[in-house]
Design a protein around this ligand. Structure first.
Ligand code: TMP
Length: 387
């Protein structure tokens, strides 16, 4: 049974950057967050229909970040190049391009990106991950040694169907490897901006093992990762496989954090409200002092923040972002203009709110001139502060 603990209000499609003439047709939904007592899953009350988010206009491009390119390259080296690999949600090929197209299959429902991996020589199914698709791939290509997904499984509302379909396509000793934001890190960092339409769930290892086990798989190993503000890489195999000690280590840490208890999330909701008040206070103070505040990185995460906190171009002049597909558009919901860093990240900026706080290391290195010249970053993670 799902028990609600947080209401983040009316929210748009988080990656739905739009032009002025599209404002009247903008889609909104109620972003309410709940805890499932049975599976211990952190999940939303109302799931957005996936084709509204993942379609030919999808703008998030994994390859734009050096952090993510290096991350996937390094991991791919550990897997070798002689296994049959399928990736669910291959985006622009940032992971799959490290493998030989002969043994590799991509699944990507966003047509713009599916065409890219197809053009790179990878067999690409431009479809959502379903049991029907798994059946089709089984007939065309046989069982797979590795099924990989990065920042994708937490996008899928129906986890039971997802895991059943994976199991049906895995070879006997095959491994399902997937990485997604870690609930422990969300709670530790108060990073409530990880909650948006594309993340209908945020996973603890405890909840994943419950869900996988009821579908014939189990968590056999966990890697804790720094990417995306703290993620877990989960290795799952068929039930009865050898289980690494990292599984119990992660579960017992999560029990210490209380991720198996509803009360933990009630406390989290209180901290979220506090964070909202603190951020608004800082931004209003900057405005009162005549400072120019912009946002760095037009992230899906910042859509949650801006809409929950009612932050529009009164408080944040514009957002800079390196993604060409976002530039020249308005941010979802509160309609702050998005421009390129070349155009907007200059000496006139006093404060930059870190929409892309999860890339803080990469950004601080790149923007050392901004900091040296007295520019300051604002973040809400783990508490609202000026850096
Ligand atoms: P993400 O947090 O959802 O991964 O999105 C990161 C966004 O931030 C993406 O649109 C690219 C943008 N970005 C910049 O504009 N400059 C940067 O230096 C980095 C690292 C990201």
């Amino acid at each position: 049974m799902k028990k609600q603990f947080l209401d983040l209000g009316k929210q748009p499609i988080a990656n739905g950057f739009l032009y002025k003439d599209q404002i009247n047709d903008e889609y909104f939904f109620n972003l309410k967050v709940a805890f499932d007592e049975k599976t211990k899953l952190f999940t939303q009350i109302e799931y957005v229909d996936p084709p509204l988010m993942f379609n030919d206009n999808y703008v998030y491009r994994g390859s734009l970040s050096k952090t993510m390119r290096d991350h996937f390259k390094n991991f791919s080296l550990t897997l070798g190049n002689n296994k049959k690999i399928l990736e669910i949600g291959s985006n622009d090929g940032v992971f799959i391009k490290n493998f030989d197209p002969k043994n590799t299959i991509s699944v990507e429902p966003c047509g713009n990106f599916a065409r890219e991996t197809q053009n790179m020589g990878y067999t690409t199914y431009d479809e959502f991950w379903t049991q029907d698709l798994a059946n089709k791939i089984l007939i065309n290509h046989g069982k797979q040694d590795i099924i990989f997904a990065a920042n994708c499984i937490c996008h899928i509302p129906d986890l039971d169907q997802t895991f059943k379909a994976v199991k049906s396509l895995l070879s006997e000793d095959g491994t399902f490897i997937f990485e997604d934001p870690s609930l422990a890190e969300v709670i530790n960092n108060n990073s409530y901006d990880q909650i948006y339409d594309e993340h209908p769930h945020i996973f603890s290892v405890i909840s994943l093992d419950n869900l996988l086990q009821r579908n014939g798989l189990q968590v056999v190993k966990v890697d804790n990762l720094e990417v995306h503000g703290g993620s877990n890489r989960i290795y799952a195999k068929k039930i009865g496989s050898k289980v690494d000690k990292t599984v119990e280590q992660n579960k017992s840490y999560e029990r210490i954090l209380g991720l198996d208890k509803f009360e933990t999330f009630e406390r989290f909701a209180e901290k979220v409200k506090q964070s909202k008040n603190d951020l608004i206070r800082i931004l209003k103070q900057c405005k009162k002092e005549g400072k120019k505040v912009i946002s760095y990185g037009a992230t899906s995460k910042s859509t949650t923040i801006f809409n929950y906190c009612n932050i529009n171009s009164d408080l944040i002049s514009y957002i800079t972002d390196t993604t060409p597909e976002k530039q020249g558009k308005l941010s979802p919901g509160t309609h702050i203009p998005v421009i390129s860093p070349e155009e907007g990240f200059n000496e006139s900026v006093d404060f930059a709110y870190l929409g892309a706080w999860n890339f803080i290391n990469e950004i601080s290195k790149k923007e050392d001139n901004f900091l040296a010249n007295g520019g300051k970053f604002i973040t809400h993670v783990p508490i609202v502060k000026i850096i």
